[in-house]
Design a binder for this molecule. Structure first.
Ligand code: PNS
Length: 175
């Protein structure tokens, strides 16, 4: 029997319920799913790599066949290192397609053996993106139900500082 390993790469800054929805779908069809978080210092992410990794690990612990890893450099090289046969990507709307097609074709050129598999997240997450989550939250809007509660809490601390009485709050307040 085939043992299909897939990589689900992304920036995940931050992880959304749309990403989690895709991870759950991917975990059902692949034997092993490696969520690969991109180390991208030039993009100045809101959450550090360690923070993104920790949130992802906490939210995917319940899946026995999902692993979390980080990568930099070419995705095809990471896939090869892990003996993965597929890359999983989500397509929310037609607007995603052009960028995803370009990446999939480029990855195919770099490694013709690596297949890109597209899956659709649940309709209720079809308009959710990490970029909009950050923007809405920073402007005081509600992101409840669009990201895990843990991510919402971390966003609150990132944007407003720690709650009074929380570890580190005193130090942050003195700034
Ligand atoms: O969540 P994102 O930002 O849409 O994910 C983009 C990602 C990480 C999949 C893409 O930028 C990537 O694969 N980067 C690694 C470098 C690489 O291999 N680039 C060529 C892809 S064609």
């Amino acid at each position: 029997m085939k043992n299909i390993i897939a990589i689900y790469p992304g920036t995940f800054d931050p992880l959304t319920n749309g990403h989690l929805d895709l991870i759950e779908r991917g975990s059902k069809i692949f034997d092993k799913l490696i969520v690969a978080i991109l180390r991208n210092p030039e993009k100045e992410p809101l959450f550090s790599l360690a923070e993104r990794q920790e949130m992802m690990e906490a939210m995917t612990r319940r899946y026995g066949n999902v692993e979390i890893d980080v990568f930099e450099g070419l995705l095809v090289e990471f896939a090869m290192k892990h003996k993965a046969q597929a890359v999983l990507r989500g397509i929310r709307a037609v607007s995603d397609y052009e960028y995803e097609l370009q990446m999939a074709m480029m990855n195919r050129r770099l490694d013709p053996e690596l297949e890109t598999v597209f899956m659709l997240p649940a309709e209720k997450y079809s308009y959710v993106s990490s970029r909009l989550i950050k923007e809405i939250f920073q402007l005081g809007g509600s992101v409840r139900g669009l990201v895990p509660d843990l991510v919402e809490d971390r966003l609150r601390v990132k944007v407003n500082g720690p709650e009074p009485g929380a570890p580190g709050a005193e130090k942050a307040g003195k700034k």
